[in-house]
Design a protein around this ligand. Structure first.
Ligand code: ZN
Length: 222
């Protein structure tokens, strides 16, 4: 895996694309409706600079109609991941896989990055680690400083250094067997880390939608 930072030029073009897509996230756009269905507020959409690819910039044609999830550090946007928000359920012959694309797409050459990394500049003693951008946004919206990765396989050992200084690291895990993979990877090398697993079949966002912010924060022990 290559952890060389993107060039200034690349950061500038990604930042410009993310700004464009954020502007295209109008209240009546499919992406705004999708975020609403996940309980994410316009304030969260603003703070995470979420976007909708209504009119793709040149070279981004394949991301048309998708939700844009920028990865932002102190220099700007260092990557954008895209999520299919089309309403085509799996198993009926019209799912993402069945139509020949994956639900999430990242750009060729984009390596695993930490999501919401700028939250690490906040002077807090405790941090949440989530699987996926939407769970990270959900935890942050509920008031917890949170970072995330796009799946357990994207947790790189370098990330352990970034969260070493916290008195408490709480991995918010999905309520399934795979959900513990990320938690185990973090806990194996961080004695201040613990896991908070969602009930069977729920992820952080489902739990938030079902029980609300206060219940999620209480469950996480924040
Ligand atoms: Zn799809």
């Amino acid at each position: 895996m290559n952890f060389a930072p993107p060039s200034k030029q690349r950061i500038a073009s990604l930042t410009q694309a993310a700004t464009t897509y954020h502007q295209q996230l109008t209240p009546d756009s499919p992406a705004a409706k999708y975020l609403e269905s996940r309980g994410l507020t316009p304030d969260s959409a603003r703070s995470f600079q979420l976007g909708y690819v209504a009119d793709p910039v040149s070279g981004h044609e394949r991301y048309a109609g998708m939700l844009a999830l920028p990865y932002i550090n102190t220099q700007g946007v260092v990557a954008i991941r895209y999520r299919c928000i089309s309403d085509h359920p799996e198993g009926l012959g019209v799912g993402c896989k069945e139509l020949g694309h994956t639900k999430y797409i990242r750009e060729p050459g984009d390596d695993a990055k930490m999501y919401n990394i700028t939250t690490l500049t906040r002077p807090v003693r405790r941090i949440a680690v989530c699987e996926g951008e939407i769970d990270t946004q959900t935890a942050a919206q509920a008031g917890m400083p949170a970072v995330g990765v796009a799946g357990a396989q994207n947790w790189h050992s370098l990330f352990n250094r970034l969260i070493r200084g916290y008195q408490e690291v709480v991995v918010l895990a999905d309520g399934d067997a795979a959900g513990l993979k990320l938690a185990d990877a973090v806990m194996a090398v961080n004695e201040n880390a613990r896991v908070c697993q969602m009930p069977d079949g729920l992820d952080v966002n489902n739990y938030y939608l079902r029980h609300g912010a206060a219940a999620l924060v209480e469950k996480a022990g924040f």
